[in-house]
Design a protein around this ligand. Structure first.
Ligand code: TRP
Length: 335
């Protein structure tokens, strides 16, 4: 990618490998990644090192990492053009993370709200990895001299600390890291729980009716949409007081590209039954090709391995250069 005559923007994003992705991951991130990959040089990674901040069984970690990588391939992210890889395949992530640890203050890492939330959720396993998680994420970004990083609301603070670390290091040693900016792309949909539409949709929700997973069969998707919580007004319109209907409108809009005015007009005078049927149908049509591509790719282990190996080699070629530069600047004796 570094040989292209005209240097394009480097856009980088990673996804955690902690379970089957939902339509919230799909509309909030994946679908936009596809658009980004057309216009930029993109680096997409599966953040499997981040996954061990919570306990996993080895077989699960392996399977989930491989499956998440297969999802990235199924999205059509073109591994020949873009770099698509797994974080643990490139040792420079851990290497740079250690160095950056020493340029991050305990106090600033302590302010991360995700750390506070997660240490409450996993009170029995508040490990140091959970604490230094954002520093590994900073390494992910800074290794590749990324210009832009698309991040959701919950990751904004982590991008901010990555920028702070980069600026601090550059301030001490001179220009070393490109300081990454948030990527403001086409607005993706923020998809909420189908059962409690005040909360965000989560794959770890104990109520499986609250989320649509990307592996759900067509009839399961239809059932989940039909049992989504709405309200008693029986009018399809977007309003602050109607989170359930807003959420279904967002899903419909993400599938069809129609805006809310068009959706209100389309369902004027119709009830929620008709509306939900249309949402379900649009969602089934949207997900079917991605799911079948995923299933096809997952069977082709040789293809997955070959892509992962090539992706890691290309990623490492860039990462190695950054680490060498950093080590030289810090003053490690290099031979
Ligand atoms: N922490 C991110 C998340 O949970 C995943 C992630 C890891 C990431 N490394 C990254 C995102 C680098 C962007 C850039 O969503």
């Amino acid at each position: 990618m570094e040989n292209t005559a005209e240097k394009k923007n480097v856009v980088l994003s990673f996804v955690q490998s902690s379970g089957t992705p939902t339509i919230a991951n799909y509309f909030g991130a994946f679908k936009n990644w596809h658009g980004m990959a057309v216009e930029n040089d993109c680096i997409f990674g599966v953040a499997d090192l981040h996954a061990i901040t919570v306990r996993n069984t080895p077989a699960d970690l392996r399977r989930r990492s491989q499956e998440m990588y297969a999802w990235l391939l199924a999205l059509g992210l073109e591994p020949e053009k873009n770099i698509v890889f797994l974080q643990s395949h490139v040792p420079e992530h851990s290497q740079l993370a250690w160095i950056l640890n020493c340029y991050t203050q305990f106090g600033e890492a302590s302010r991360m709200t995700q750390f506070k939330d997660k240490s409450r959720q996993h009170a029995d396993n508040v490990n140091v990895g959970l604490f230094t998680y954002p520093i590994l994420m900073a390494a992910d970004i800074l290794l590749y001299q990324a210009d832009q990083v698309p991040v959701g609301e919950d990751q904004k603070q982590h991008l901010e600390i990555a920028r702070d670390i980069a600026e601090r290091f550059n301030g001490i040693y001179g220009e070393t890291f490109r300081v990454p900016a948030p990527y403001i792309g086409k607005k993706g949909g923020r998809i909420l729980s189908l059962q409690e539409p005040e909360k965000k949709m989560s794959k770890s929700d104990p109520n499986v009716k609250a989320f649509v997973s990307l592996t759900d069969a067509d009839d399961v998707i239809v059932k989940k949409i039909k049992s989504a919580v709405t309200d008693s007004e029986a009018c399809v319109r977007y309003a602050e007081t109607k989170p359930g209907v807003n959420n279904l409108m967002t899903i419909y809009s993400c599938c069809t590209g129609k805006d809310f005015d068009a959706i209100e007009a389309e369902f004027a005078g119709k009830g929620y039954g008709d509306f939900k049927a249309a949402v379900a149908e649009a969602l089934v049509e949207e997900l079917r090709p991605v799911r079948s591509e995923f299933e096809r790719i997952l069977k082709d282990k040789a293809y997955i391995e070959q892509c992962a190996r090539t992706g890691a080699e290309r990623a490492e070629a860039i990462a190695r250069r950054t680490v060498r530069k950093v080590m030289k600047k810090v003053g490690f004796y290099q031979v």
